[in-house]
Design a protein around this ligand. Structure first.
Ligand SMILES: Cc1cc2nc3c(=O)[nH]c(=O)nc-3n(C[C@H](O)[C@H](O)[C@H](O)COP(=O)(O)O)c2cc1C
Length: 174
């Protein structure tokens, strides 16, 4: 599959089948996150994989949507603000690094026929306490993972701005 087809195949999945995710596939997805580029190659991340039902239920207290519990796996990508690169003007690149790793994982999952959904709208403090994260780690993205229930795919996936609206040549023009 070419890259554009894979990128189009990835979409937000908000309901999963009860079929478990094979360990090999989970490892492949994590490995695709592991090899992502990061500023100065600092790799300021920890990926927490939650599979136990009891623990997934705990996690869902930080993002209370019924569908989240249908995912057999939840990966929480945590950024390490202590080790991430800061530019001379102080800009912290943790979010960018984590976003790239998350994108690698969502695309890898799509390649394997698995579904994911980016989740950032969680209760951060609750999640920190549930995962017992140390002070330097911030949970940045939550990725539920599983086989998609194809009957409930959102049509938002098909809605994108046109090229003419977002691409400017040589310099910005309103
Ligand atoms: C940074 C980011 C944060 C997001 N947070 C959430 C979220 O908290 N809950 C949710 O249901 N979807 C979330 N999404 C999914 C977007 O709503 C979705 O990607 C967008 O509507 C386009 O649909 P598609 O992913 O199917 O192409 C998030 C996506 C991104 C990239």
């Amino acid at each position: 599959m070419g890259f554009l087809d894979l990128a189009k195949k990835r979409c937000s999945v908000r309901k999963f089948l009860s079929k478990p995710v094979e360990g090999e596939k989970l490892n492949y997805i994590l490995d695709c996150g592991r090899i992502a580029p990061s500023a100065v190659n600092f790799q300021p991340w920890v990926f927490i994989v939650v599979r136990e039902e009891e623990n997934r239920k705990m996690i869902s207290q930080a993002y209370s949507r019924e569908w989240l519990l249908t995912a057999p796996v939840i990966i929480i990508l945590c950024g390490d603000h202590q080790t991430a690169w800061k530019r001379a003007d102080g800009k912290d690149h943790t979010d960018i690094d984590i976003a790239i790793a998350a994108d690698h994982m969502t695309l890898a999952a799509a390649e394997l026929g698995l579904g994911t959904c980016w989740i950032c709208n969680f209760d951060k403090e609750k999640l920190i306490s549930i995962l017992e994260l140390p002070e330097n780690l911030e949970p940045i993205v939550m990725l539920p993972l599983g086989y998609p229930d194809e009957s409930v795919l959102s049509d938002r996936h098909l809605k994108r701005k046109g090229m003419e609206e977002i691409v400017k040549h040589e310099k910005y023009k309103p």
